[in-house]
Design a protein around this ligand. Structure first.
Ligand code: FAD
Ligand code: NAP
Length: 530
């Protein structure tokens, strides 16, 4: 690391940190990125489990800030696999010569605001101290692995993995007895592949989950060419949709359609694959009876595909479809027809213990050689709260957020001047295609820093009133959707003791962007600048 005083320190070298660095450098700011891993890519650096791939189509899950980049990069599949997305991240780092301002293998442990100097003092696990006028947390929404404490885990003699910290050299499960804990997106992607390798696979399911087929495959070169010929239009269409994805949406109410019309619509979207399924009708996420029709359709598919009726029943979710993030799979339900795959339903009684030789559940011992925790993340707030962040008067972020995260627009927090979060709680983030959301936040922050520099200002911070008003608004709009009705990681339900607050902003990408633009147009309305 050359020098320790910067205009900006950025924490994290995923897509957010990389693009932030590129923007700031282009504006002549001195910036340094600190990254815990030994490479770029964030999510795609850490999540190397078998089957990991994007669930937003690759042509859309990609940067758009450089037209040359999006024209020259070629995706091989409709949904790119993790190694290809990681190659893309590395390509971006090389192409824009980012590495020289990134320090790898460096975990930030604390960041404290020095009020006298108006600077952030940032400390790392290795004992380094840096100072910066501004600090940008690009630490990720899904980057703090959730490792449940299950009695006896330390006594297990086999191998233990977490999907979010997968070994770089890969894992060969051939001939092994493997237990997977969890049935979220990570599990649903990896189970079909692990089942093909392992001698025996036991899936410990606490809550059954909805998944729709990806129908992944090689990307048609003609389609890729057509998109590139008019990329700007596709990107604009995507950004006009609440999720920042170009998908076909049907505005019609599911309840105004006949059962036969509904079946036809759901079948067509099931055949199309991916998130388009939830665009079948306009009221699926707002009206319970409408949602029931889509959920019934998927439960019918499970019964058709899974041969053992008792297993099909145990796999069938009962909650609102789309309440937890919908999963997108390749051969998930079919996997339960394999003779070497056993579903272990732990919905009534939690896993009792992990023993030296396996998992004890429902009074039975499952002998295992390896356990895979596909148990997700302490989402949205986890990575931030694992850093000791202190604002004015030494206030700790963990105290400010004791009853749930409070942030103005998911961008900045009252009492924490000159600190920004990319896709922080209170922004659409995880409810959208993350790449456009990241770009929008990075551009907003870069523009704000340029404004301060032009005006000769040193300090920016949201007012408590503006923050409270945004938090209240975000809470109110969350209530109009069925998404807030279940125990998901969106509300922190997966982490014992975490406050139950719907964390992302559900008002949609276009409305949110408009609000951010209006704040700027009104002279950084809601912010105090000095
Ligand atoms: P991350 O990629 O999480 O990067 C954050 C970086 O910060 C990490 O490298 C981490 O090591 C570093 N960091 C954190 N704390 C510290 C610290 N204290 N000190 C130093 N470094 C630190 N989104 C979609 O839109 N579409 C998808 O298809 C999709 N698929 C996903 C699949 C998986 C398996 C997961 C887990 C998430 C997926 N997401 C998807 C969400 C995904 O996280 C975002 O799309 C995006 O990659 C986030 O980029 P980021 O830079 O904001 O955060
Ligand atoms: P997740 O959705 O939070 O799923 C975790 C699973 O582990 C759930 O089934 C959960 O059960 C279970 N679990 C947690 N603790 C447990 C315990 N103590 N005992 C038994 N079961 C336990 O995590 P994830 O699958 O890693 O996905 C997180 C998010 O990352 C996704 O929602 C998505 O946004 C993103 N992601 C995307 C993709 C993709 O397709 N591109 C792939 C992976 C991840 P409960 O439901 O009962 O809590």
């Amino acid at each position: 690391m050359s020098g320790t005083d910067f205009d900006v320190v950025i924490v994290g070298a995923g897509f957010a940190g990389m693009y932030m660095l590129h923007r700031l450098r282009g504006m002549g700011f001195s910036a340094r990125v600190l990254e815990a891993g030994d490479g770029v890519g964030g999510t795609w650096y850490w999540n190397r489990y078998p089957g990991a791939r994007c669930d937003v189509e690759s042509m859309q899950y990609s940067f758009q800030f450089s037209d040359e980049l999006q024209q020259q990069w070629n995706w091989s599949e409709r949904y790119a696999p993790q190694p290809e997305i990681l190659r893309y991240a590395n390509h971006v780092a090389d192409r824009f010569d980012l590495r020289r301002d990134i320090t790898f293998n460096t975990r930030v442990t604390s960041a404290a605001f020095d009020e006298a100097a108006d600077r952030w003092i940032i400390e790392t696990a290795g004992g380094a101290t840096l100072s910066a006028r501004f600090c940008v947390m690009a630490t990720g929404c899904l980057s703090a692995p959730n490792k449940p404490t299950i009695e006896g885990l330390e006594s297990f003699r086999g191998a233990v993995y977490h999907t979010g910290e997968w070994p770089h050299e890969g894992v060969d499960f051939s001939g092994k007895r493997v237990g997977v804990i969890g049935t979220g997106s990570s599990a649903i992607q990896s189970i079909p592949i692990m089942a093909r390798q392992a001698a025996q696979l036991f899936v410990f399911q606490r809550t059954p989950n909805y998944t729709v087929p990806a129908h992944n495959g090689p990307l048609d070169p003609a389609y890729q060419k057509a998109v590139k010929a008019d990329y700007a239009r596709l990107r604009a269409r995507a950004k006009s949709n609440p999720g920042g994805i170009d998908l076909s949406f049907n505005d019609r109410s599911a309840l105004s359609a006949t059962p036969e019309e509904r079946r036809r619509e759901y079948e067509a979207r099931w055949a199309e694959g991916g998130f388009a399924f939830m665009g079948a009708f306009g009221d699926l996420m707002f009206v319970q009876e409408a949602n029931d029709t889509a959920a019934d359709f998927v439960r019918g598919k499970i019964r058709e595909i899974v041969k053992d009726p008792a297993v099909a029943e145990a796999l069938s979710p009962r909650n609102v479809i789309g309440c937890k993030r919908l999963c997108v799979d390749t051969g998930y339900w079919e996997t339960f027809n394999r003779p070497n795959v056993t579903l272990v339903d732990v919905s009534d009684r939690p896993i009792e213990a992990i023993t030296a030789t396996g998992v004890r559940a429902n009074g039975r011992d499952y002998e295992l050689d390896a356990i895979v925790f596909a148990t997700g993340f302490d989402a949205m707030t986890g990575a931030l709260l694992r850093i000791d962040i202190r604002g004015v008067h030494g206030q700790a972020l963990k105290d400010k957020w004791r009853e749930g995260p409070k942030s103005y627009l998911g961008l900045a927090m009252a009492g924490f001047p000159n600190l920004f979060t990319i896709t922080g709680p209170g922004s659409p983030s995880v409810l959208t295609n993350m790449l456009p959301s990241i770009e929008q936040h990075v551009d907003w922050i870069a523009d704000c820093l340029a404004y301060l520099r032009r005006q000769g200002l040193k300090r920016v911070e949201p007012s408590r009133e503006a923050e409270e008003a945004w938090v209240a608004h975000a809470r109110d709009v969350a209530g109009i959707s069925l998404r807030a009705t279940c125990s998901s990681w969106y509300v922190g339900a997966n982490i014992p003791g975490k406050p139950r607050v719907f964390m992302p902003y559900i008002g949609g990408f276009p409305a949110y962007v408009q609000k951010c633009q209006q704040v700027v147009a009104n002279g950084y309305e809601g912010f105090t600048v000095a």
